[in-house]
Design a protein around this ligand. Structure first.
Ligand code: HSE
Length: 336
């Protein structure tokens, strides 16, 4: 479900890596349905993804397929009626009520499907409830692509620091605003020009105010707080300030002190997203659309992970990784 930048990139990735996935992972996924805003394409034997992608590019909807198109069917009907092992949920984030992603995820759980999602809305609003529901239905929920695009930020914290205790987290969690601030700082272009460039590059959310007002970073912070630090928090618990009011002169002032301004999300006593002055020598001070997160752990100290935090192919790689994790997880349970 969801056939925008991420959904289409995921299909392209499967086409490109088909042989390798079979050879290295014994993984040959069959995509039995693809749903966009205008309907669905369904074939229980497996859709030809190159055809689906061309149809989407030419006609604007996958439902235009003469043989497999269902312009009349909703995503929910598809999830409930089509037999499948997993749902990849890549509809746009909506932080008001999490829809339509939230209903898609719940319907998938109820019909015994594992879920991989890149949609931050349902998680920012209801991650504890969704993990419980997944457990109750004995299915997996994975969401690596919701934080850091393709960069395994959640995995580093959850698996890499297993046995240690993460006491605080701070980071640049939004690629679009980091791109805007970097380009304003380095090339002296305006906020609006930089935002348009970020949109063209596919970094920004469908509604870019999600990025510039700090909400996207706040959603990611909530996901990290719940998943990594076991805090039961939602978006309401985050103090949020975006980057709209950052002027070129504020950037110049920071520069004189060997610093720059970055939109930083932090979890310590509370959860905050706000522009902060940071030293250019701080490992967090990364440019372009990069994300960087510093974990402060009780014993291992500080670790910073840096990587591309946005983009279709980057996020698609996280979706694929999550599916492979689910496959491994299921295989290990069978062996036990
Ligand atoms: N709009 C987001 C960003 C995409 O710019 O970081 C990745 O979540």
């Amino acid at each position: 479900t969801g056939c925008g930048v991420v959904g289409q990139s995921f299909m392209q990735l499967l086409v490109r890596r088909e042989a390798e996935l079979v050879k290295n992972h014994g993984f040959r996924p069959r995509i039995v349905a693809v749903v966009d805003r205008k309907g669905a394409a369904v074939n229980p034997k497996g859709l030809d993804l190159e055809d689906v992608l061309s149809l989407k590019a030419e006609k604007g909807t996958v439902a235009a397929s003469r043989e497999y198109g269902h312009p009349d069917m909703s995503a929910l009907e598809i999830i409930e009626s089509v037999e499948a092992e997993a749902l990849v949920e890549a509809t746009p984030t909506n932080i008001k009520d999490g829809e339509p992603g939230l209903s898609h995820i719940k319907a998938a759980f109820k019909t015994g499907k594992h879920v991989v999602t890149t949609n931050k809305g349902p998680l920012a609003l209801a991650l504890p409830a969704l993990t419980e529901l997944a457990d109750y239905n004995k299915v997996c929920l994975r969401f690596s692509g919701t934080v850091g695009g393709g960069t395994p930020i959640l995995e580093l914290a959850k698996k890499g620091l297993l046995g240690d205790k993460i006491v605080s987290i701070r980071g640049i969690l939004n690629g679009t605003t980091n791109y805007i601030l970097t380009e304003m700082d380095e090339r002296g272009i305006t906020f609006q020009q930089a935002l348009e460039e970020a949109q063209k590059k596919g970094y920004a959310e469908a509604d870019p105010s999600m990025d510039v007002d700090g909400i996207d970073a706040a959603c990611k912070l909530v996901i990290m707080a719940n998943w990594i630090m076991n805090k039961k928090v939602t978006l309401k618990d985050v103090e949020i300030q975006g980057v709209r009011n950052i002027s070129p002169s504020a950037l110049e002032e920071a520069s004189k002190k060997g610093c720059t301004l970055k939109l930083i999300g932090s979890i310590d006593d509370g959860l905050k997203v706000k522009p902060r002055e940071i030293s250019r020598r701080d490992p967090l001070c990364v440019g372009g659309a990069l994300n960087a997160v510093t974990f402060v752990s009780e014993f291992a100290g500080e670790e910073t992970i840096i990587g591309r935090g946005a983009g279709g192919m980057e996020t698609a790689s996280a979706v694929l990784r999550d599916l492979l994790y689910i496959k491994q997880d299921l295989a290990s349970k069978l062996i036990v």
